[in-house]
Design a binder for this molecule. Structure first.
Ligand SMILES: *Cc1c(COP(=O)(O)O)cnc(C)c1O
Length: 392
């Protein structure tokens, strides 16, 4: 583990070298693909460690490097890599661990493109896959084989907010020599730090909370120096799913407010969850640690709190009722993605099933609606939900 810094130091100063930027408070965007050397010896030295040196921007870039240091410190790991998307990060993390003949274990209901990677792409290269209920430690243990190389976790998971006991799974994986990867996007490093619980690779869609402004698509992997080196020399450099220096700079700007954004979002969401749990038109609220959460104890053990992500089952008679609710919301924008400044609503089951009132392929209730809580005034968001629920 790295030295622990205060959150304020990480977000405002770590990795930044203001003397070399002539005192500029904001670091420069090193918008360059290439770096030049005065001597053959200097070029040779830099090229021997492309992760540590500015040599070519597919490998390293000074603006991206500032971001890597901050992200590693946020997750409490030795190093981090930044990718052009969360999907790029998870693909690199998984592919670095496996070869033909190996086996991967994955939680039952991961993010849709994680499922596609694991279910459809790994078998093309001779890697077998099992999906398990991540809440069932015995099922995970039973599904491990001699050839299992990786366990892919996502806690809380997409849409239904199911948790996995990260410390217990990490401990089990260690005894079997299996690498663990956890998608920590839904929690953010401020609410949950999987590496502290023994997880090997912590992944983020930085598109979401880390950037927080809905203007960048990016991904992150955090881990030990040795693991990050392995991913860097393999999939990172080979597949080249990198962010541009400008996107990295936007992310540095987004991170400045991570502390205040998460504090605000958590407080607002607690009020909204309380409002929804008491509302007669709401059949169920999915939110880690809430009074109705069956995994409440685990949530309280491994997370500081839930984030701004929740799902609700709306007590509608039919799909039209769900549609009226969503169409009536004024402050909540209707969109996918999440974790930005703006509150969002996504009637996923209805959209995916093209309006048919039945469980979709992933086994989700037809009346499930996902909300992402943003930075608006809490009472204005509650008033918006209240008037829209009248329309159900
Ligand atoms: C959005 C998302 C991803 C994918 O990230 P992109 O930045 O869109 O590639 C992965 N995991 C979760 C949980 C997500 O919500």
């Amino acid at each position: 583990m790295t030295d622990e810094h205060t959150l304020s130091f990480i977000l405002n100063q770590l990795g930044e070298d203001r003397d070399s930027y002539r005192g500029a408070v904001t670091p420069p965007i090193f918008e360059t693909s290439n770096f030049a050397f005065a001597t053959v010896a200097a070029m040779r030295a830099a090229g021997q460690d492309e992760l540590a040196n500015a040599f070519y921007t597919r490998g390293n870039n000074p603006t991206v490097e500032i971001l890597r240091r901050k992200l590693a410190a946020l997750e409490g790991t030795e190093d981090a890599l930044v990718f052009g998307s969360g999907a790029g990060a998870i693909a690199a993390g998984v592919l670095a661990a496996v070869r033909a003949g190996d086996h991967v274990l994955c939680v039952q209901k991961p993010y849709a493109w994680t499922r596609v990677l694991v279910r459809d792409w790994l078998p093309r290269f001779g890697v077998s896959v099992s999906f398990v209920d991540g809440g069932d430690l015995a099922a995970i243990e039973a599904a491990l084989t001699e050839r299992t190389r990786m366990i892919v976790l996502e806690s809380p998971n997409s849409l239904t907010m199911e948790l996995q006991d990260l410390a217990a799974i990490a401990a089990l994986a260690r005894t079997r020599g299996v690498r663990t990867l956890c998608d920590n996007s839904y929690a953010s490093p401020l609410l949950q730090r999987p590496a502290d619980l023994g997880i090997d690779l912590v992944m983020h869609s930085a598109t979401k909370y880390l950037n927080g402004h809905s203007d960048v698509v990016a991904g992150v992997l955090c881990g030990s120096r040795a693991l990050i080196q392995e991913v860097f020399r393999g999939p990172f450099m080979t597949f080249g799913a990198i962010p541009g220096p400008f996107e990295a700079w936007l992310m540095l700007r987004g991170l400045r407010t991570l502390g205040v954004r998460m504090e605000r979002v958590v407080r607002t969401t607690a009020r909204i969850v309380e409002f929804l749990e008491r509302h007669p038109k709401i059949a169920r609220v999915y939110y880690p640690g809430s009074s109705g959460d069956p995994q409440r104890d685990l949530a309280r053990t491994q997370m500081r709190s839930g984030s701004g992500m929740l799902s609700i089952e709306v007590r509608a008679e039919d799909v039209a009722g769900i549609e009226r609710f969503c169409d009536s919301l004024k402050l909540f924008l209707m969109a996918v993605s999440w974790g930005g400044h703006e509150s969002l609503v996504w009637p996923l089951a209805v959209v995916i099933r093209d309006g048919r009132a039945e469980s979709n392929r992933t086994g989700l209730p037809w009346n499930l609606v996902r909300l992402s809580i943003g930075l608006e005034q809490p009472e204005e968001l509650i008033a918006d939900l209240e008037q829209a629920l009248v329309q159900v």
